[in-house]
Structure formats: C-alpha cells, structure tokens
Design a protein around this ligand. Sequence first.
Ligand SMILES: Cc1cc2nc3c(=O)[nH]c(=O)nc-3n(C[C@H](O)[C@H](O)[C@H](O)COP(=O)(O)OP(=O)(O)OC[C@H]3O[C@@H](n4cnc5c(N)ncnc54)[C@H](O)[C@@H]3O)c2cc1C
Length: 380
Amino acid sequence: MYDSIVIGAGIAGAVAARKLAEEKGKNVLVIEQRSHIGGNCYDEKDESGVLIHNYGPHIFHTGMEEVFSYLSRFTEWYLFGHEVVAKVGGQLIPVPFNLNTLHMVYEKEKADRLEQKLVAAYGEGSRVPIMKLRENEDPDIREIAQYVYENVFLRYTMKQWGQKPEEISPEVTGRVPVLISYDNRYFQDKYQGVPKDGFTPMFEKMLTHPGITVKCGVDCKELLKLEGDIIYFKGEPFAGDVIFTGALDELFDCRFGRLPYRSLDFKFEHYDEESYQGHSVVNYTVSEEFTRITEFKYLTGQKDANGTTIVKEYPFAYTGAKGEIPYYAIPNEENQALYEKYRALTAGMKNFHLLGRLAEYKYYNIDAMTKKAMELAEQL
Ligand SMILES: Cc1cc2nc3c(=O)[nH]c(=O)nc-3n(C[C@H](O)[C@H](O)[C@H](O)COP(=O)(O)OP(=O)(O)OC[C@H]3O[C@@H](n4cnc5c(N)ncnc54)[C@H](O)[C@@H]3O)c2cc1C
C-alpha cells in the first residue's frame, strides 16, 4: 500500500515526505511517536493563549535561498534580526560579544584602542571563536578574551554541556564566536524569523498532500522490524525506501550501550504582566542554574496574548528514562565510534536511510536539516 515510509514528523521527516509524495509520486506513510507533528519545532498556544515553543525557542535562520523559498511555500514569515543579551552582574550585554559589547564593558579610550587592535588582527566583520582569541599573544586581546571567557562563555558552557570548554569539541565551542563588528544580531543570515502563524501550521501544510498519510502516537518499532538486511513492515518484507529520523541506538535496543546526549528541562511560567524581561532571550552566563530565559511574545511577535509566558532551560545528562528527550548529541571521538557501530548495523540495507539530528547523531539547524532532507528525497 505504501511506497515509502518516513519515521519522525520533525523537519527532516516532513520535508522528505513532502518531496517524495509531490515530486516522486510516492505514497508515503509518516510514523510519529509523539501525539503531534513538527518534532522539536512544534509550537502551540498555552492555557493563557500565548504561543509557546514546547521544546525550546526555535528561530529559523538561513542564507540558503533554495531552503527559504521551499519552506515559504508552506508559510509566510515574521522576519526580524534575532538579538540575544546576557545578564552579567547588573548589566544586559549583547551576545555574541561584539564591538557594541566592548564599548559597554570598557571605558571609551580603552575600548577604542582594543577595537583597533581587534580589527587589525582579524579584520572587520570577522567571527573569531573564543578559544582562538585566547591564543592571541597581544596582552590587550588576551584581556578581552579572558573577559569573554569568564563572563560569557565558561559557566554557560559548563551548564549546557556539563564539561569544561577544553573537553568539548571545537565544533561546539566554535558556535559562540566573538564578532568584530557592530552587528548585535545573534545570527548573520539573510533570512531570520519564525513562521507568521507558528511552526505547527507550516508542518500541517507541508504534510497535507494526497500522497501522505501521518500516524501520530505510534513508535515505529510497533510496525517495523529489522532482521539481517531485511526490513519488515507489519510482518511483511518492505522493499520501498525507509527514512529513519529517530535515535539509532534506541532502534537497536541500545545493544552496544546508550549514545550520550544532553537533555533539557523546560520550566514554563506565565505572568499577568505586559512584559517580563523586555527581550526575547536573556542568557545567564555567570549566575543561576538555568542557561537562559525566553519570553515568547518577543520571538513570535504575538500581539493578542494575555500576559506573557517565559521558559527557563535547565540542562542535564540524558539517561533514557521515560519522558526525557535527547536534545544535543555530544560530539567526540568515543561517541562517534559508538555511533558508527550502530550505523554499521544498517549498512547492508540499501533502502534504509538515516536522516536527522538523532539518526545521524549530529547537531543541525532547521535550514541545514531542510537542505539535507531535500537532497536525500531528490536522490531517491
Ligand atoms: C533547545 C533547542 C533549540 C533549538 N533552536 C533552534 C533554532 O533556534 N534554530 C534552528 O535552526 N534550529 C534549532 N534547533 C535545532 C532543531 O531543533 C533541529 O534542527 C531539528 O529539530 C531537527 O529536525 P529533526 O527532524 O532531525 O529532529 P526532530 O525535530 O527531533 O524530529 C524527529 C522526530 O522523530 C520522532 N521519532 C523518534 N523516534 C521515533 C520512533 N521510534 N518512532 C516514531 N517517531 C520517532 C520524534 O518524536 C520527533 O518528532 C534547536 C534544537 C534544540 C534542542
């Protein structure tokens, strides 16, 4: 009955399913274990009518025209330049640390001198990973590096990853650079914002196609079995393409041990006030147990909300206990080697494709995930 099966209705699964149905004429079954589509991009109104992101704040941002125009078929956008501030002492300073931040932190003469040195060393407009800035031999630049390291980076990173920065892959630490510019935006991509009516309606539109059937509330293991190099669907061998976007270790009952992840506990709070913090995202880089507070109305642009809803994020090590969600893969050699052991189990199944942040044990932004899903569907 089905030509292809997609496991997971997050951005990876939804984009792949839509392309297979629309462009390849396939009859696609999408199996999703949660009660809703959208994966971690899912959003909905809370009891007070405030649009919230249930799995943490998601801002779409991309410089890839083909990705922006593909998703624009399913939504209009509320576009803005996303800005983040960090609470350091009594001050809210722009992050990533940039030349505006430099001038807030140091008095004018010193800030002017440091700015000249940074521009001379790295060039205007450049992004310098903090660990690289710390290697600079100029004592003035090292001083800035030390300030950023201690006040913006160290504690936040330790909370987020449960490790010291030195122990974390440069792939991860490189994500928080120092910007040699006056650009306060968190991302420098051409397009940034959120779907105008929310992410969930975008997914609904994407998955509404005569060639797509979505079954929510079903773990794929109830319907699919992998034995040898054969995929069985409801007990029968299945020769069509299967795109798997779930956790690979769990698919194989963690037989070699669990792949480590960081998870997050989201604590939502509602206030009958116009505004809580006046910013969409405030990072807590030197204090508190949580990493950041997001105030949704500043992110979604919602005007008709009663009061305001915020979320605090508490990171912890994923254990696989019921109800926990694996959010961030922890890239290092040991974990990659374990992942490869699981991947090898699928190598002989030519119609079984691993796609997505869980199945590939890799961090992806929404745009990169969309691109990868588009490419895979085109190849099949
Ligand atoms: C806190 C947080 C904030 C983020 N913020 C941003 C941001 O601002 N901008 C940005 O671009 N990216 C952001 N991301 C990244 C973004 O969430 C990912 O790019 C995106 O979710 C990846 O999509 P996916 O489809 O691979 O995974 P998911 O969205 O996780 O979807 C996978 C789906 O598969 C389902 N599934 C898993 N196993 C099974 C199974 N056995 N059977 C059936 N279904 C199954 C899951 O329930 C899930 O719905 C953020 C990530 C996190 C964790």
